[in-house]
Design a protein around this ligand. Structure first.
Ligand code: 4AD
Ligand code: MG
Length: 500
């Protein structure tokens, strides 16, 4: 009987066959422990050496990491083991050998791992992250499907900019230039006039020359669009939406989050109401002592951390090169040193940047867009997500609705995730007045001919309408507590990175 590791609870005392890969192995002269993974979990398989199992035992000892195999044995409950069950092995069949698997249990630098991404996500950590991603995507679809939205797939080849001309990837479309979609929004606006509430969900492309922990050139975005909704209504929807997806991930992935070292408590605190502040209030916050104090105390903490890491590296290197140190211990120390060095590099960069971030915040001029470091400060000064509304129109997209009370502003919002994660949603009410929209298109030096169809929507039964876009990868980084966005997508595409 073939069984999946996640179903072993149904088979205690019975003989089953697991099909999977050898994740790890330990052995002594009397017993071999094979940790097998099958995509649903990990299970320790025990091969004891007896006169009858001599051959089996020798075979087990020879197995190398990532060999694919079928293991047969009796299921035993054992709470101490990963997954809570183990297998007393009576049979072993190699399906495919694996020689010199490049990712060993020793540590590797992140560059190396990203180059081996095709193998990297066999590791437990990547497995956990991508499983949460799967559920996040399901929860996103579930929310919209369950609230009366119709899915509308929008095109990837777009004849014009949807978000601003600076970040377009141009493609030769049989001699004509077209662009990879930066957003499905404009098409979705046309669909919302037919279906009322719609959403699109697909890959999105930005030729951003930004090498940051938040930027991908290809990412997945879900975008709802709602007819007859104003700014306040769409902010309410975004709030419910976030609560719903966070709740689902917490419910289904407690174990994975724990494995990733993510404290459930910080996500459990994501309850309504979130904070709502205006852009002008955000600017004041950046000028405040609170912002300065936060960064100055960061500087102290991080400088202390640099000293600590330096000392740890020296100590571990000395210990590892000592005489008589066992190989496994050497490997363990070397792995820790690699981890420390990576962290050191990150912390040193942060320390170099903090003075500039202090300056940027203190000198923030009304009228500028919030930068990454500004968002980090605002988001860290709040314990729940923050909606920042009413930005100056000149730093935002052409399609945003001009504010009636203050013509300098638009009815838009960004939602900043807490703990410094920054913007994960951007949205707005849309300009529904054809004259105002045309003015804006011309002001941005976009070609009105490219947007003739889009202007039509304002000519034939225009209504107030609003929508937003949520980036899956930034959201996942926040939910899993990851520092960098690169682990949140199976095959990340970033500035200078497109292999494998
Ligand atoms: O704020 P953005 O650019 O908004 C739009 O594209 C709107 N058309 C959405 C709409 O109103 N329908 O992007 C929305 C979200 C961001 O908040 C962020 O989560 C994600 O998309 N995002 C990125 N994620 C990873 N890498 C990048 N380079 C991203 N750019 C945006
Ligand atoms: Mg944005």
């Amino acid at each position: 009987m073939i069984a999946a590791i996640q179903d072993l609870h149904d088979f205690v005392g019975q003989t089953v066959t697991l099909q999977g890969w050898l994740y790890n192995k330990r052995d002594s002269s009397k017993v071999a422990f094979l940790v097998v993974r099958d995509g649903t979990g990990l299970c320790q398989c025990v091969v004891s050496k007896t006169p009858e199992t001599e051959g089996l035992f020798q075979d087990a000892r020879r197995l190398s990491q990532e060999t694919s195999l079928r293991v047969t044995g009796v299921v035993r409950a054992d709470e101490r083991q990963t997954g809570g069950y183990e297998l007393a092995v009576s049979g072993l069949e190699v399906v495919g050998p694996a020689e010199d698997y490049p990712i060993t249990p020793k540590a590797h630098g992140i560059e190396f791992l990203m180059k081996h991404r095709h193998l990297h996500f066999r590791s437990q950590r990547q497995w956990a992250i991508l499983r949460v991603r799967h559920t996040l995507i399901d929860a996103i679809r579930g929310f919209f499907n369950g609230h009366g939205y119709t899915l509308i797939d929008t095109p990837i080849f777009a004849p014009a900019a949807g978000e601003g001309a600076q970040t377009l990837f141009e493609v030769d479309y049989f001699g004509d230039p077209v662009y990879l979609a930066q957003t499905g929004q404009l098409y979705l606006e046309s669909a919302c006039m037919a279906f009322g509430k719609v959403y699109c969900f697909g890959p999105t492309f930005r030729a951003e020359k930004s090498k940051t922990r938040r930027h991908l050139t290809e990412f997945w975005m879900v975008e709802p669009e709602v007819a007859f909704a104003d700014l306040e209504a769409i902010v309410d929807i975004a709030e419910d939406f976030i609560c719903s997806i966070v709740g689902r991930v917490l419910r289904d992935h407690g174990d994975d989050l724990e494995f990733l070292g993510r404290e459930a408590a910080s996500l459990e605190a994501m309850v309504k109401p979130f904070y709502r502040i205006t852009y002008s209030e955000a600017a004041e916050l950046l000028h405040s002592n609170k912002a300065r104090d936060l960064l100055e105390s960061d500087l102290e903490t991080k400088q202390a951390r640099i000293t600590e890491l330096g000392e740890a590296i020296t100590a571990k290197e000395a210990e590892g090169s000592g005489k008589g140190v066992k190989q496994w211990k050497r490997d363990k120390l070397a792995a820790e040193v690699i981890g420390h060095r990576e962290e050191l590099e990150e912390v040193e960069t942060e320390v170099r940047n903090i003075p500039r971030h202090i300056e940027l915040a203190a000198g923030f001029e009304w009228g500028r867009d919030l930068g990454g470091s500004d968002e980090t400060i605002i988001s860290r000064l709040h314990d729940r997500p923050v909606f920042v509304t009413h930005y100056p129109h000149d730093v935002k997209s052409f399609y945003m609705k001009k504010n009636v009370d203050d013509g300098r502003l638009c009815n838009n919002f960004d939602m900043l995730a807490p703990e410094g994660y920054g913007e994960i949603i951007g949205g707005s009410q849309r300009e529904d007045d054809p004259v105002a929209l045309l003015k804006r298109i011309e002001h941005e030096k976009l070609d009105p001919n490219d947007y003739a169809w889009y202007l039509d929507l304002r000519r034939y039964g225009t209504v107030p309408h609003s929508g937003f876009g949520l980036g899956v990868e930034r959201t996942l980084a926040w939910l899993c507590g990851l520092k960098h966005i690169r682990e949140t997508i199976p095959f990340p595409r970033m500035l200078g990175k497109f292999y494998p």
